[in-house]
Design a protein around this ligand. Structure first.
Ligand code: XIL
Length: 385
């Protein structure tokens, strides 16, 4: 059924024959000219149509997976079919976040009901699961803020943080492949309690606590806005590399880097610079995971078909650079289908024309979009691990 959908999706895109001469609004000189048929066939060649992203990835020694939310997984059988068709790894989009699981106070055990339901599903289908995320400025429960005010100071903050990491990682010991221990450390959130109170050492504390609680889970430092060619992201890449150097010098057990891959369709990629960035990470002996791939098309011009092709072109360029480095071990989509895109409930990311964002690999009817082909094509042409 899903397979049929997918075939018809490719026929649909191959059949549109629309003309595309639109560049990216952000000034990227590259992608799309010619029609969609030649674009998909020439720019995104893939092996057999019937191969899933999971199997393409496995054939290269990689993994492919996606983020899932428990209520959607439970309610939408088409979503489950899409997961089962393409994924080898799941990551809970929200179900392991602190503010979702331990809402009342630190004396109450976290409620992992939702995450456990995702895990049970993953087990039933032979899928792996990774953990996201322990320390993130956007997922701090309000009782933590109050506790930090009631009992101020370094020691109190450090003990709340370490207890949290220890409690969560211990509860999942041996069941998760990786943990995003610290998420988006370079973000400029106002509510950045840990950095304000503990300085950069909050990262050290979190990683050491995680390592102690589950020595086998791969420990990941996850960061957004590292991929594209604009001055903000260029600066962030430099800051991120310096941060990694400092952490490694201090013996912090960071084992892998999560490059989120929430691409903005209106920005371009500087392949050489991105390649150098990946090279620096590789040189540090760290692995890389693409943890949250999707494309925000709110700043893009053109109709939806045009935007889809330009988004696909961007994804292909991004993944080609990423996967040319053998330390890049896998890819997870954050938006598998446009139907359940997180951008729908993120009002500051809505398109100004009111049209829903098309961030996903599959459309709202679970048909494959050009982004799906971009991922398939990039994996197919990746070097073998
Ligand atoms: C997002 C979820 O997908 C949304 O459902 C939630 O409302 C906010 O968080 N970077 C991350 C993810 O690391 O945890 C975020 O997930 C998306 C951006």
């Amino acid at each position: 059924m899903v397979e049929e959908h997918m075939k018809s999706s490719r026929r649909r895109f191959l059949g549109t024959g629309a003309a595309f001469a639109v560049g990216l609004a952000g000034g990227d000189p590259s992608p799309v000219s010619g029609d969609s048929r030649s674009f998909l066939e020439n720019e995104l060649p893939i092996k057999a149509e019937s191969l899933s992203l999971r199997d393409r990835a496995i054939a290269k020694g990689l993994f492919f997976g996606a983020a899932v939310d428990a209520p959607i997984l439970r309610a939408d059988s088409r979503f489950r079919s899409a997961i089962e068709a393409d994924c080898g790894m799941l990551v809970p989009g929200n179900a392991l976040k602190w503010n979702w699981t331990q809402t009342v106070g630190g004396d109450h055990p976290p409620d992992f009901t939702l995450a456990e339901s995702i895990y049970a599903y993953a087990k039933r289908h032979g899928l792996k699961m990774r953990g996201h995320t322990l320390v993130w400025h956007n997922s701090i429960p309000s009782w933590v803020g109050r506790a930090l005010i009631d009992t101020p100071g370094f020691n109190s903050a450090a003990s709340i943080l370490v207890k949290h990491v220890n409690e969560f990682v211990s509860a999942w010991k041996g069941r998760l492949e990786h943990w995003d221990v610290v998420n988006e450390p370079l973000s400029s959130g106002k509510d950045f309690y840990w950095r304000d109170i503990l300085g950069e050492q909050y990262i050290d504390l979190a990683f050491h606590a995680a390592k102690e609680a589950d020595p086998k889970a791969k420990l990941v430092l996850n960061q957004d806005l590292l991929e594209l060619d604009d001055s903000y992201q260029r600066t962030l890449r430099r800051r991120f590399l310096s941060l990694l150097e400092r952490l490694l010098r201090r013996g912090v057990p960071v084992e892998a880097v999560g490059i989120e891959g929430h691409l903005f369709g209106h920005l371009g990629i500087d392949d050489r610079e991105l390649d150098a960035f990946f090279g620096e990470i590789e040189g540090m002996g760290l692995e890389v995971l693409i943890t949250e791939l999707d494309v925000w098309d709110g700043g893009m011009r053109g109709d939806s078909a045009t935007r889809d092709l330009n988004s696909a072109s961007l994804v292909k360029r991004f993944l080609d650079v990423s996967l040319s480095h053998k330390n890049c071990i896998g890819i997870l989509a954050w938006t598998l289908t446009d139907l359940h895109s997180w951008y729908h409930h993120t009002p500051d990311k809505w398109r100004r024309d009111g049209v829903p964002n098309r961030a996903g690999l599959l459309d709202e009817n679970y048909l494959r979009k050009p982004i799906w082909y971009a991922v398939a094509s990039a994996i197919d042409s990746a070097v073998m691990r």
